[in-house]
Design a protein around this ligand. Structure first.
Ligand code: SF4
Length: 209
């Protein structure tokens, strides 16, 4: 049996040797646990279903395995393209005819209706809004990052309404405002993370495929 200390010492030695050939990795220090992660990432990226990976690693919850796996951008694109190709090959060829003018107008019309003040609504194609246009609280809303300033204005307005509700003892109103403030904060953080993705990239596709 190799003790954890010996293993760590060996890894440190190998890391040092590796840095001679690859000076850019001089600051890297590997631990045995890193190899567990590498193993999990490699398995899943080569097509092993994640729940099997979880069983191999002894995880009771598959979410733990999700946290282990590093997903690279090119893997996401490769898997998505493979998924599309598989789906297309399983569908009847007649579904891939060119759309008629009327169909195309209807298609564009749907995406036009998904444009809302704060960004884009991501509800499924050909479905109406089922959330009474309460966009700020709606999980379907993708905020346009250029509208962050507008979110700040809404936040200020909500805080003023909150103050009034508190002073008048409107407890039900207070609860509603707090909930909206909570969603607003979440959406603002999401919009900041998503960076330049705006309504154009989430709205009407620019090319016909
Ligand atoms: S409430 Fe939701 S589903 Fe309705 S328009 Fe707004 S974002 Fe879309």
């Amino acid at each position: 049996m190799i003790s954890p200390e010996t293993l760590r010492a060996e890894l440190a030695k190998l890391s040092g040797e590796m840095a001679i050939e690859h000076p850019e990795l001089a600051h890297c220090r590997f631990t045995p646990h890193d190899f567990r992660r590498l193993f999990a990432t490699d398995l899943v990226n080569h097509g092993l279903p994640i729940h099997i990976g979880a069983a191999l690693l002894g995880h009771l919850d598959v979410q733990t395995t999700h946290g282990y796996v590093t997903v690279f951008q090119e893997d996401v694109i490769r898997h998505y393209q493979k998924h599309l190709a598989d789906r297309r090959s399983a569908r009847p060829a007649r579904e891939y005819r060119s759309p008629t003018g009327t169909e195309w107008v209807e298609f564009e019309g749907h995406f036009n209706k998904r444009k809302v003040e704060l960004g884009n609504c991501g509800r499924p194609y050909a479905t109406p809004c089922e959330h009474e246009h309460a966009c700020l609280r709606c999980p379907m809303l993708h905020i346009d990052p250029t509208m962050i300033q507008r979110l700040d204005e809404l936040n200020t307005d909500l805080l003023a309404r909150r103050e009034l509700a508190e002073s008048r003892g409107w407890l039900g109103e207070l609860e509603g405002i707090d909930l909206t403030l909570h969603f607003l904060k979440q959406k603002r953080a999401d919009a900041q993370r998503s960076g330049p993705l705006g309504p154009t990239s989430l709205g009407i596709p620019s090319i016909r495929t």
